[in-house]
Design a protein around this ligand. Structure first.
Ligand code: HEM
Length: 405
C-alpha cells in the first residue's frame, strides 16, 4: 500500500471506523512519508506516524501553527486565531500564562469533590435507568455529562445552558474535521462562534456585577485590575476554545475506554481501590484510543525530516494516534497493558501546546472509573458500537450497556 492509498483509506468511512490497520501499514512504510500528487491548494506535504519524528516536531518551538488563508473574514477563524491553541509565541506565551495560572494544584484539589459528586449523581441516574435490565446509553448518562458538568462548574457556565451550548460545540467540531471545510459547515461554525461570543459577553457582564468563585469571575477580576495582559475579546476566544477542547475529548476518553476496559475483566475487578492501576488504565486508554488523532505543524525553513524534504511553510500531518501505536516505542502496541512502562503517549500532544487540561481529564478518569466499576461490577456492553465519522476527534457517540442490576 502506498501513501496515497493509505490516506484515501484513512479518510474513508471504513478507515475512520478502524484506522489502526492503516497506521500499522504506515509504520511499515517508515516514520514519515511525502504525500505525492497532492492537490495544488493543499499545504500538507508529508504525513508522519513515527513516535520519534512526531515527538520531535511537536517539541520544536520553531515549527509553527499556520493560519488558514482569509481567516480574518470568518467569525469562527477569528475566534480560533485569537486563542492560545491556534497561535504561536509570543501571543501564545502571553495567553497561555494567564490560563495556566488558573490550573493550580489548589484548584485541581477543589475539583475532586465536584467530580465525585457529579459522578455519583450520574451513577444514580444510570442505576435508575438500568433497573430491571433496561439498556442504558453510557454516553448520555456517564461519558458526556461528567466532563460537561465538571467543566461547566469549573468555568462558571450555568448547567441550564449546556444543551444549547452542546449544539454549538458540535457545529464547531464538524468544521474541524479533515473534510469539514464545506460552505455549510463553515456557515454553521460561524453562527456557533457568533452566538457563543454574544453569550460570553453577557456572562462576563453578569460576573462583573456579581462575582462568584468560578474561573470566569477570577479572570474578569484579573482583567479589570490590569493584572493580566489579555483583552476581553481574547478572553472570550480562549473560553470558547477551552470549553470546546475540554469537552468531546474527555467524553471519548470514557466512551472509547469502556469497551477496552470491559474486555479485561480482571483489570476492571481490581480497579476500585487500586489507584496506580487506575492511573495506568487512563493513560493506556488514551494511548490506544486517543480522542484526537492528528495535529499539524508548519516548517520554519526548508528542512529534511528522517530523509523526507519539507519546504519552508509546508505542513506535516502528525498522526499522534499512530505514534501511540508505534511498535518501535510501544512493544506489542495493540495489546492493552495498563502496567506498561516506557514513554508517555502523545494523546495530549507535547511541547508548547501540550494540553492545558491533561491533569483535569486524568483526574476525572481516576476518580470516576473506580466508582463506576464499584457500583456496577457486572456492567457490560449490549450492542456493537460504532465511531463518530470524524478522524480528527474520533470516538464512540452511543454505547448501550446493561448495568447488571
Ligand atoms: C482526554 C481529554 C483530552 C485530550 C485527549 C486532549 C488533547 C489535547 C491535545 C492533543 C492538545 C494539543 C493541541 C496541539 O498541539 O495543537 C490539547 C491542547 C489543549 N487542551 Fe486538551 N485534551 C483533553 C482535555 C482537555 C481539557 C479537560 C481541557 C480544559 C480544561 C483542555 C484544554 C486544552 C487547551 C486550552 C489546549 C491548548 C493549549 C495550548 O495551545 O497551549 N483539554 N489538548
Amino acid at each position: 500500500m502506498d501513501v496515497k492509498e493509505l490516506l484515501a483509506g484513512l479518510y474513508s468511512e471504513q478507515g475512520r471506523q478502524n484506522p489502526y490497520p492503516l497506521y500499522a501499514a504506515l509504520h511499515e512504510l517508515g516514520p514519515i512519508r511525502a504525500i505525492p500528487d497532492r492537490p495544488a491548494q493543499s499545504t500538507v506535504s508529508a504525513v508522519a506516524g513515527g513516535y520519534e519524528v512526531v515527538d520531535q516536531v511537536l517539541r520544536d518551538p520553531e515549527w509553527y501553527k499556520q493560519s488558514p488563508p482569509g481567516w480574518q473574514d470568518e467569525e469562527i477563524l477569528r475566534t480560533f486565531e485569537s486563542s492560545m491553541m491556534f497561535v504561536n509565541p509570543p501571543a501564545h506565551t502571553r495567553m497561555r500564562s494567564v490560563f495556566a495560572k488558573t490550573f493550580t494544584p489548589r484548584r485541581l484539589g477543589a475539583l475532586e469533590p465536584v467530580i465525585e459528586r457529579v459522578t455519583d449523581g450520574q451513577l444514580d441516574r444510570m442505576a435508575e435507568a438500568g433497573a430491571g435490565g433496561a439498556e442504558v446509553d453510557f454516553v448520555a448518562d456517564f461519558a458526556y455529562p461528567i466532563p460537561a458538568l465538571v467543566m461547566a462548574e469549573f468555568i462558571g457556565l450555568p448547567e441550564a445552558d449546556l444543551a444549547w451550548y452542546r449544539q454549538r460545540v458540535d457545529w464547531i467540531d464538524e468544521f474541524l474535521d479533515v473534510d469539514g471545510k464545506t460552505p455549510e459547515r463553515l456557515s454553521r461554525a460561524n453562527t456557533a462562534a457568533a452566538e457563543l461570543r454574544a453569550y460570553y459577553r453577557e456572562l462576563i457582564a453578569d460576573r462583573r456585577r456579581t462575582p462568584g468563585e468560578d474561573l470566569i469571575s477570577g479572570l474578569v477580576e484579573a482583567l479589570d485590575s490590569g493584572e493580566v495582559d489579555l483583552t476581553e475579546e481574547e478572553l472570550i476566544s480562549n473560553l470558547i476554545v477551552m470549553f470546546n477542547a475540554s469537552f468531546v475529548t474527555t467524553v471519548y476518553m470514557f466512551s472509547n475506554g469502556l469497551p477496552l476496559l470491559l474486555a479485561h475483566p480482571e483489570v476492571v475487578a481490581a480497579l476500585p481501590g487500586d489507584d496506580a492501576l487506575t492511573r495506568g488504565c487512563v493513560d493506556e486508554v488514551l494511548r490506544m484510543e486517543a480522542p484526537v488523532h492528528f495535529l499539524a505543524r508548519a516548517a520554519p525553513r526548508d528542512t529534511v525530516l528522517h530523509g523526507v524534504p519539507v519546504a519552508k511553510d509546508e505542513n506535516v500531518m502528525l498522526l499522534i494516534a499512530a505514534a501511540n501505536r508505534d511498535p518501535a516505542r510501544f512493544p506489542d502496541p495493540d495489546r492493552f497493558d495498563p502496567r506498561r512502562s516506557g514513554p508517555p503517549s502523545l494523546a495530549f500532544g507535547v511541547g508548547l501546546h501540550f494540553c492545558l487540561g491533561a491533569a483535569v481529564s486524568r483526574l476525572e478518569g481516576r476518580l470516576a472509573l473506580p466508582r463506576l466499576f464499584a457500583r456496577f461490577p457486572d456492567l457490560r456492553v449490549t450492542q456493537p458500537h460504532s465511531y463518530s465519522g470524524s478522524l480528527f476527534l474520533r470516538g464512540v457517540d452511543k454505547l448501550f450497556v446493561s448495568t447488571g442490576s
